[in-house]
Design a protein around this ligand. Structure first.
Ligand code: ATP
Ligand code: MG
Length: 340
């Protein structure tokens, strides 16, 4: 929707508009007074007539001058009540009001997006928490009713659900700390191979699988960053590689160096990530259809956390397909993070 045309809409600043209005008012008063006196009217009458003409001229010229401000006040009230779809129409104005309207509309878009993310987050978190809690409740009810006995298998299932809950809560805390920026990175120089070996050992514990080769070229390669956090990223990537590829297939972790970055890669021979999902897998709670239907995945937070950590290092992370099949996750870490 656009505003109706107003007489001063081509003037590009409010200050100039005011100068024009005052100039017209004074000019009109003087002109009418002068002509009135010349024609023999009483000076008092001529002055009053000049004032009326000036007021009429100013009223005509100032039409629509404050309408956008009223419209913005109304829109701000709607936003306060949670209606983020509202927009103001003075965007095309050339003066400061137009700039304010454009900023206002951008703010409304941002607020709407933040609100949508918040709702999604609450919905996703509730959903992810409900699944293990329901499973635990069913088993506990059965135990209390004597329908099920406390055999090791039942207890193991309950333990698995409790572990899943604990992990989810830990991931959520981690993500919120990272997003809030309350965990500063401990940036130091570190030995890449030691970090990778540690991460591989850890992921093996979580899910024992086939062979995992670690190749670092050149040997003794040094990286710069928070080794603890990067360890967590690589452990997550290796865990994914083990989880989403057949048990006996090979998983490889590589580290190389370019002119400005250390490049870490985790490769597997599984079905890989569809090109359309390559960006989305880094979103919170996103899981591909295959992972969702097979129930083999977690909550879909691992890669979101990985991206945050890598971004904080000023690096990048991406998912690529391998030929003929498999997934390859590439992390590039700048070697001059100290300055970042
Ligand atoms: N190596 C891989 N091969 C195929 N698909 C993968 C691979 N790594 C990740 N994905 C897909 O990306 C999705 C998101 O991965 P992410 O690590 O963020 O979550 P998750 O493994 O499902 O759960 P979490 O890591 O939180 O326990 C996975 O659900 C899976 O669909
Ligand atoms: Mg994962």
């Amino acid at each position: 929707m656009s505003l109706p045309h107003t007489p001063l809409e081509r003037v590009t600043s409010i200050k100039r508009k005011l100068i024009i209005l005052i100039g017209v008012a004074v000019g009109a008063t003087i002109a009418v007074f002068y002509v009135g006196v010349k024609l023999g009217a009483w000076p008092g009458i001529a002055g009053a007539l000049g004032g009326v003409v000036a007021l009429a001229a100013v009223w005509f010229l100032a039409r629509g001058l404050t309408r956008p401000v009223r419209e913005m006040a109304h829109a701000a009230n709607l936003i306060t009540r949670g209606d983020f779809d509202v927009r103001v129409s003075a965007e095309s104005r050339r003066d400061e009001i137009g700039a304010l309207a454009r900023a206002f509309n951008r703010m409304a878009v941002e607020l709407g997006e933040t609100d949508r993310l918040r709702r999604d987050l609450v919905a996703n978190v509730s959903h992810e928490l409900r699944t293990p809690i329901t499973a635990l409740q069913v088993h506990l009810e059965n135990l209390v009713d004597g329908v099920e006995s406390a055999d090791p298998e039942t207890l193991q299932t309950m333990l698995d659900q409790t572990i899943r809950l604990g992990r989810l809560v830990e991931q959520l805390l981690d993500l919120s700390r990272l997003e809030a920026g309350v965990v500063p990175l401990d940036i130091r120089s570190f030995d890449v191979e030691t970090m990778l070996q540690g991460a591989v050992r850890e992921s093996r514990l979580v899910r024992p699988g086939g062979a995992i080769a670690v190749r670092v070229d050149p040997t003794g390669l040094q990286g710069v960053g928070d080794a603890e956090r990067l360890h967590q990223v690589i452990a997550n990537l290796v865990e994914n590689a083990l989880r989403y590829s057949p048990t006996q297939s090979a998983v490889e972790v590589r580290a190389t160096k370019t002119h400005e970055a250390v490049v870490l890669e985790v490769l597997d021979e599984g079905p890989g990530i569809a090109p359309g999902d390559a960006e989305r897998v880094f979103e919170r709670f996103y899981r591909s259809d295959a992972a969702r239907s097979s129930e083999m995945g977690g909550a879909g937070l691992g890669l979101a956390i990985a991206r945050w950590v890598v971004d904080l290092h000023g690096g990048s992370i991406r998912a690529e397909a391998r030929d003929p099949q498999g997934c390859r996750i590439v992390v590039e870490l700048p070697t001059a993070i100290g300055a970042a």
